[in-house]
Design a protein around this ligand. Sequence first.
Ligand code: NAP
Length: 415
Amino acid sequence: MATYKYVTPPTRGSKIGVNADGSLNVPYDPIIPYVEGDGIGPDIWRASQRVWDAAVDKAYGGTRRFVWFKVPAGEEAKRQYDEWLPNDTIEAVKEYRVAIKGPLTTPIGGGIRSLNVTLRQVLDLYACVRPVRYFQGVPSPVKQPEKLNVIIFRENTEDVYAGIEWKARSDEANRVISFMNRELKTKIREMSGIGVKPMSAFGSKRLIKMGLKYAIAHGKSSATLVHKGNIMKFTEGAFRDWGYELVREEFQGACVTEEDVTSKHGGQAPAGKVVVKDRIADSMFQQALLRPEEYSVLCTPNLNGDFLSDACAAQVGGLGMAPGANIGDGYAMFEATHGTAPKYAGHDKVNPGSLMLSGVMMLEHMGGGEAAALVVKGIEETILEKTVTYDLARQTEGARELKCSEFAGKIIEKF
Ligand code: NAP
């Protein structure tokens, strides 16, 4: 049992456990730590919590329920405890395993790291998971946005985002440059800034494994390894090679490579098998626009995945509705993908869709698919009726603008 300095866990409710095979053992009344978030966080939190609780109640006739446990982070924690991210929050996620959060301000200056990055690193949440699908009626910049329905598994701990970099002219950068030019015969220009791009078989394979397991469990037709291996052979190219190696080592029964489909199966994938293919990152951006229906699960290194997930979200109508999660082995943190939009804080105005759909991911992760489906149905029908928050209303002809809380109320009416 963890010890907490500032908060007291609920006296009701039970802990989520982990089974021998790594799957979650979810009680009927799981305790879920949550962070409302800064800025618009409390607005979208209130709206979303109502919707999730109502969906669980409706789907399971009162036999299952969330027991919420508020934990501190962000501006409120700084005000109350003079800490941006009290250890209590990390302990709570470790103890209860599944948590959800609204957006957090990134403190500027003073050497404070992004709270989101800290949470990911401390809990080793190595996969950033972003499903991207279209909701009928959402304004989109493309003709057939409904053709894109992908889930992106982005590696979250390595690559140029590992934070290993040195400023141009710094002693560290100068030492690295002189070492490399002298010992490895490179020709790095003097006074360059230096960043390092580490990518390992361990980091790549565990990420790709999560993507493949998802594809198999959800009956998806394909999983695509997205990389820039034609240029960066020993990092991005290795990511692709390690992916195929993993298929050979562990997924022969459930997966087939695209190459084998052509060479051994006459171009027809064997029924029920996930086709594993790879695409060069720049081509993948084109494919997402031109042939979106050919893609399903996408596994990417860190940097490519960052770009690709926002580009795909824009294609189906923007980030306002895009959910996300950071997932590791046995731990998961679900989160809205947008920021704190401080100018709208407390106005009960913004779209709670991103957080609400992150809750849908959380429900699915915990085996609550029926409740998740209700929330999705509620959102779909409410948007189709053109009763939406300002962001969608301003782009939709004939729409009626609702407050954040009213939007939640409408969704619940559809259950
Ligand atoms: P932002 O908070 O995402 O807001 C930018 C704009 O996006 C808003 O002004 C608004 O557009 C629109 N928007 C965002 N959320 C919306 C919602 N729920 N419904 C409707 N529209 C929404 O980005 P930012 O202003 O760059 O960042 C503000 C703070 O958030 C920073 O401290 C940043 O570090 C932090 N941040 C946190 C996270 C996170 O916690 N995961 C992620 C990103 C940023 P209009 O003005 O056009 O209406």
